[in-house]
Design a protein around this ligand. Structure first.
Ligand code: COA
Length: 163
């Protein structure tokens, strides 16, 4: 059985999953306490996670999404990205953003399949903010590909929550 739910404040945080998406613990700590942490639980085991970080008025960022390595490639990541978009809408946000590395070929595809569009490139983001060089798919990760999606609300009188 699978459920996606918010992690309770007293539960241990799934750092082994966060580290799959972001190799620098200091960077993870810089956004973790300000984020809502959602987890994908399968038969009482947490196999996936994502974080939603409010960044500006009406805007939230999907900052860390990860699926346990042995469960990757089975559709769970796509399920979580779609859940994050729905959750952001449900919380009243108007825009959801995400950023990924120039070397993250699969993720760039995944986010576009889930409705995100590229808005720009933050040149040198990973070389500026990460101590160690990052390589993926044989490519040095240097720049952040910024993406966003506008969240359309069905009802004009929908609640605006905690913005
Ligand atoms: N090679 C290339 N593309 C692949 C792939 C592979 N091995 N596995 C999946 N994909 C693509 C497919 O196009 C798929 O879309 P489709 O269903 O329309 O074909 C899409 O990615 C999503 O696949 P899915 O099975 O849902 O992905 P996943 O469960 O592996 O989750 C990640 C995707 C990125 C969350 C997961 O791989 C992960 O945790 N990676 C490490 C952490 C990370 O990089 N996080 C993102 C930081 S920006």
């Amino acid at each position: 059985m699978e459920i996606i739910r918010e992690l309770k404040p007293k539960e241990p945080k799934p750092f082994e999953l966060f580290l799959l998406a972001d190799p620098d613990l200091d960077v993870i700590h810089s956004y973790l306490d300000h984020s809502k942490c959602m987890v994908l639980e399968q038969n009482n085991e947490i196999i996936g996670t994502y974080l939603l970080l409010p960044t500006r008025p009406h805007t939230v960022e999907l900052v860390n999404i990860a699926i346990k390595e042995s469960k990757q490639g089975k559709g769970y990541g796509k399920k979580l990205v779609k859940h994050a978009v729905d959750k952001a809408r449900e919380l009243g946000y108007k825009i959801i953003e995400v950023g990924t590395g120039n070397s993250s070929i699969q993720q760039i595809g995944l986010y576009q399949k889930c409705g995100f569009e590229i808005t720009g490139i933050d040149k040198g983001f990973f070389t500026r903010h990460y101590k160690d060089p990052i390589y993926e798919n044989g490519i040095r990760c240097k720049d952040m590909v910024r993406m966003k999606q506008e969240l359309y609300h069905c009802f004009s009188d929908s609640k605006e929550a905690n913005l």
